[in-house]
Design a protein around this ligand. Structure first.
Ligand SMILES: NC(=O)c1ccc[n+]([C@@H]2O[C@H](COP(=O)([O-])OP(=O)(O)OC[C@H]3O[C@@H](n4cnc5c(N)ncnc54)[C@H](OP(=O)(O)O)[C@@H]3O)[C@@H](O)[C@H]2O)c1
Length: 403
């Protein structure tokens, strides 16, 4: 391997989440790991590399695919925070697939990932290349939370899983990059035709009408007597539920489905009935606003610009808690809880993303599926429970109990 080769390349390193990922690598990369910062501005990258001890700098611009190709040729693992991904991400994935480079990102743009599956899944599967979108708050807590519940029910009761219902409470801020991605999504998928397809990410031959019927998105407000909370629609559910269903469908292809008629739903939880109705109304208003020109224009003006995000105090003061109510086919129930400190869209996302890349850099032989597993994967199928263990070692709390 030449001395211009890097174990991990961080592309989009100069952006708001990218800069946090660089700081995370400075603190957590194992000794001897060769890692480079990459992006379109040499000046900014050199300052960043100097400040945080990166071992290299690579200049690459998604508008010049040859530079992205040259970057991928020098990487073992590529981590990218250059988004909106439907704008800057496709040449990066294409180059990674061509060079057999494992890939992680923090996209929530499900229609874009559908396109990746159609274009690159078969080739990445053939070469054992792990292309893993959704390695942020969307959708790792949901995908790993469900996998851990399923594995627990199997181990404890010898049973497959009938259903998991997840509910979240969160506190945090909002990035300019996320606002830009939401606007781009509204432009590229008018009316949310793809976004609202509950089986959007399932392989084409695993989209049964029966699964579609039991997978309808939650609408309105409900009281949940088991968790003793009110449940309202959750903004990230349109991403997370599709990812969890893809995981189940991929495991089914490897003869290990979560359950014969597994169902997954996700909600925002709150103790206050009034707040639940407020959340439902606000989410409905956001969906409608993104489809209307003048309101969108105003939302664009009020949102932070790309490159900007919440204050350090907001990011440090945030948190996420996910609760996962699982039911075995044999009737037993468990309630699991995942908690993490920090703004979900920044501190939590950056930790998950970087730990995912470091796990891949440590070698895929030790991961579920070994060196042969590849494709456009999900966090659960690419990393499995080893990622949850890594996150627990970095402060995530995970508990599970029978109820
Ligand atoms: N999953 C989650 O939970 C989660 C959380 C937060 C963010 N996100 C997503 O992550 C992405 C990044 O968010 P962010 O807040 O970090 O955004 P940001 O601050 O706007 O960063 C975007 C990055 O893309 C780079 N870029 C722009 N045009 C490029 C080009 N032509 N070639 C190469 N790079 C280019 C920018 O480079 P310059 O610095 O040179 O401008 C910057 O580094 C967004 O898509 C957002 O939706 C997901």
């Amino acid at each position: 391997m030449s001395d211009t080769h890097f174990d991990v390349v961080l592309y989009g390193a100069t952006g708001f989440t990218g800069r946090q990922a660089v700081a995370y690598f400075q603190q957590h990369a194992p000794a001897g790991l060769r890692w480079a910062v990459a992006g379109r501005s040499r000046e900014k990258l050199e300052a960043l590399a100097m400040a945080h001890g990166a071992t290299g700098v690579i200049v690459a611009d998604s508008d010049q695919p040859a530079t992205v190709e040259a970057m991928a040729a020098r990487a073992g693992v590529l981590l990218t925070t250059a988004g909106p991904y439907s704008r800057y991400g496709t040449p990066v994935v294409e180059a990674c697939v061509r060079h057999g480079v494992h890939y992680v990102d923090i996209t929530g743009e499900t229609p874009w990932v559908r396109g990746l599956i159609d274009a690159y899944d078969a080739e990445a599967a053939r070469t054992g290349t792990r292309i893993v979108p959704f390695c942020g708050f969307d959708s790792v807590p949901s995908d790993l939370g469900v996998l851990a519940v399923v594995e627990h029910l199997r181990r404890t009761y010898g049973a497959d899983t009938r259903s998991v219902s997840a509910s979240y409470t969160v506190r945090g801020g909002f990035n300019g990059g996320t606002a830009a991605s939401m606007m781009t999504l509204a432009d590229t998928d008018p009316g949310g035709r793809l976004l609202n397809d509950v089986l959007l990410l399932n392989p084409a031959d695993r989209q049964s009408e029966a699964e579609r019927a039991r997978s309808a998105d939650l609408r309105g407000v409900h009281y949940d007597a088991l968790r003793k909370v009110w449940l309202a629609p959750f903004l990230m559910a349109a991403v997370n539920t599709r990812v969890v269903r893809r995981s189940n469908a991929l495991f089914a292809g490897w003869d290990r489905p979560y359950g014969a008629s597994f169902a997954y739903h996700e909600a925002h939880e709150t103790k206050s009935r009034l707040k639940a109705y407020g959340i439902a109304a606000a989410l409905g208003a956001v969906e409608r606003a993104l489809d209307r020109g003048p309101v969108r224009w105003l939302a664009g003006k009020l949102s932070p610009a790309p490159g900007e995000g919440p204050s350090e105090a907001t990011m440090d003061g945030g948190f996420m808690r996910g609760r996962y109510l699982g039911e075995a086919e044999s009737g037993q129930r468990v309630l699991a809880t995942m908690k993490a400190k920090g703004d979900p869209g920044n501190r939590v996302t950056v930790k998950i993303l970087c730990e995912s890349a470091l796990l891949l850099a440590a070698g895929v032989d030790a991961l579920p599926g070994g060196a042969a597993r590849g494709g456009v994967l999900t966090p659960a199928t690419a990393f499995g429970l080893p990622l949850l263990e890594r996150l627990r070692a970095q402060g995530f709390d995970w508990q599970i109990e029978a109820i």
